[in-house]
Design a binder for this molecule. Structure first.
Ligand SMILES: Nc1ncnc2c1ncn2[C@@H]1O[C@H](COP(=O)(O)OP(=O)(O)OP(=O)(O)O)[C@@H](O)[C@H]1O
Ligand SMILES: [Mg+2]
Length: 595
């Protein structure tokens, strides 16, 4: 076995896959190196789409490990005998890149000692095993990791991913829980990291997709001031201009909360800085969100284009649109259909009765109380503070360790608080995926049962116990460097604001909707719940549910357009034929826009 490296300028070079050392710690950032000990040289890989890189390294690993079974040593390339070569029916000079087969995988599995299956983690990350729940580390590379959700994309998600990889400017939408953010993470991992910027309109949502806020990336403050002034500002700051020029793929989650005027200015700044007249200066845009959820926060009295789609540049920028239809967050079809009605502001008598009927149901278990979702942030803070002070027992303070002078920025961009006060009995929520298989996921609800070695031990709804040690959150600074916060992955969870809950999945939740003040706010709150059995609406009233008429109109137009253009059947991979159809669809969309 050998690796062949080709480049435009040089002839192909081959290195035997023998005695190699692979350094893969920064694989998630698209970087790795392979040291060929015999040849005395190292191959450095950078800016590789992480999904491809993992696939590549996994192939090498499986091939080399599986090879052991055929009588050669672990690192010796397989030597085909002359007899088998002759019998193979292929010309002797014929060589092919050999894919990983099921037989290779099975061979590899048989031969891999347990210790090589996992990559050792730094000592700080070593966790205790409690109640059979594995701690988060170590990271597994060659078998599904409990840390990550390895579920595969469904056909409609797959189709969006393929369109993104085809370089199109895309907007995809879908109701709450259809896996928009889940898909977005896969899209990010399939693009070259150095030129891909993952952002979201809010800090919490940015954290969810492992990116930064759109404002932090754009470098034009809150976008106030004239366009000339903003262009000048972006050009003047070398790091900002450099970021805009380097970016080839800009990804924005929760696009519904991006202000229309800000979006328009951003588009113009991108063209100006990049000296390119194409929409967004030729950057590939991948936008996702649900306009029937929370709208942008705008100052009182401010009028004009509130939503991005109201800006004329929206139609110029977006080449293809998709709608995800399959809901993953909820399984119960009755609840899904109630939510779909609420989403468009439609409340029937039956829906009203069904939701009112939840007001007395008992959703607490084992001392874990429901999280109250509040329409106003101050209310949620007050509830958490007073409930904590009501508890007896010693209060423990957990202060975050932050990169220099970055506490304010990290407060805005990460979900973890800089200061967390806890007592035994405190209701908490997990802020990170610790072990997906064990149900220790972002949003899981639990209660602090004791402190051990200074760390809180939390019992979750599924009865699992977990000692919460420090985790890390990374965000990108405006100059591209990484900022880090270390904190225990918990927050108080007697109450949460609806705005902060957007994008989350919550497993035990109650709400009072009487002070709702935004279109879509009740829908966001209700759609955080996973089922009607884990939800309690204290005071349901149909007057608290409404959808913005301009958004409804936008979706009507959007659907009509999708119906007219829906010529790619769902569930099929994009072949050359479907690619041609996509082109046709694009031309039709352009014609429609002109009309
Ligand atoms: N293809 C899939 N297979 C299995 N689970 C999935 C799939 N897609 C999404 N999910 C799961 O469904 C849940 C909701 O997904 P996600 O948060 O991405 O939805 P969303 O559309 O972004 O929702 P929201 O509009 O509320 O932000 C998550 O727990 C996610 O892991
Ligand atoms: Mg989301």
């Amino acid at each position: 076995m050998y690796m062949e490296i080709t480049s435009e300028k040089h002839a192909a070079i081959r290195f035997a896959l023998k005695g190699i050392n692979v350094f893969k710690k920064f694989m998630a950032e698209g970087k790795a190196s392979v040291k060929f000990q015999d040849a005395g040289c190292t191959l450095f890989i950078s800016n590789a789409p992480p999904t491809n890189l993992v696939g590549f390294l996994r192939t090498i690993f499986v091939k080399m490990t599986g090879d052991k079974d055929q009588g050669s040593s672990n690192t010796t390339p397989s030597k085909q005998t002359m007899r088998s070569k002759l019998l193979s029916g292929k010309a002797q000079a014929f060589e092919e890149i050999s894919p990983v087969t099921v037989a290779d995988l099975n061979n590899a599995k048989k031969n891999i000692p347990k210790s090589t299956l996992t990559t050792p983690s730094p000592p700080s990350k070593k966790r205790k095993m409690e109640d059979g729940v594995r701690g988060p580390a170590p990271k597994k590379l060659y078998s599904p990791s409990p840390l990550t959700n390895t579920s595969s994309l469904n056909p409609e998600q797959q189709r969006v991913l393929e369109a993104c990889l085809g370089g199109k400017n895309i907007f995809f939408t879908g109701s709450a829980g259809t896996g928009k953010s889940f898909l977005l993470k896969r899209i990010v991992a399939a693009l070259p990291p150095d030129v891909t910027v993952a952002t979201a309109s809010t800090g919490v949502a940015a954290c969810h997709v492992g990116g930064t806020t759109l404002h932090a990336f754009a470098g034009i403050g809150d976008g106030s001031g004239t366009l000339e002034h903003l262009c000048e500002r972006a050009m003047k700051l070398p790091l900002v201009a450099q970021k805009w020029r380097k970016c080839k793929h800009l990804i924005i989650d929760e696009i519904s909360m991006v202000d229309g005027v800000f979006f328009e200015k951003l588009e113009a700044v991108a063209r100006h800085v990049r000296k390119n007249d194409k929409p967004f200066g030729g950057i590939q845009l991948i936008l996702c969100g649900d306009f029937l959820q929370l709208p942008p926060v705008v100052e009182k009295g401010k009028t004009g284009k509130r939503f991005c789609f109201q800006s004329p540049c929206w139609d110029k920028c977006i080449e293809l649109c998709f709608e995800l239809k399959q809901v993953h967050r909820q399984k119960d079809s009755e609840f899904i259909s109630i939510l779909n009605s609420i989403r468009i502001g439609r409340v029937t008598k039956e829906i009203s009765e069904r939701l009112t009927g939840t007001s007395r149901q008992k959703i607490e278990s084992d001392g874990i109380l429901a999280t109250r979702l509040c329409s106003h942030t101050n209310d949620s803070k007050m509830i958490n503070d007073s409930k904590l002070s009501d508890l007896d027992g010693e209060e423990k303070i957990f202060s975050s360790q932050d990169s220099d002078n970055a506490t304010k920025q990290l407060d805005m961009q990460t979900i973890a608080p800089s200061k967390l006060l806890l007592k035994v009995g405190a209701q908490v929520m997990l802020l990170k995926n610790i072990n997906v298989n064990a149900g220790l996921v972002n949003g899981a609800r639990g209660v602090v049962v004791r402190f051990e070695e200074g760390f809180p031990v939390v019992r979750f709804k599924n009865k699992k116990e977990y000692t919460a040690r420090s985790e890390r959150w990374y965000v990108k600074n405006s100059n591209g460097s990484l900022l880090c916060r270390r904190q225990v992955p918990l927050n108080l969870a007697w109450a949460f604001s609806i705005h902060k809950s957007q994008g989350l999945t919550l497993d035990c939740v109650e709400m009072s909707l009487s002070k709702i003040f935004e279109a879509g706010q009740a829908y966001v709150a209700l759609s955080r719940a996973q089922s009607l059995d884990t939800l309690r609406v204290l005071d349901f009233d149909s007057r608290h549910v409404w959808a913005d008429p301009s958004v409804l109109e936008f979706y009507q137009r959007f659907r009509r357009r999708l119906q007219q253009m829906e010529i790619v059947p769902l569930g099929r991979p994009l072949t050359d034929k479907t690619n041609k159809k996509l082109k046709l669809r694009e031309i039709l969309e352009k014609q429609l826009r002109r009309k």
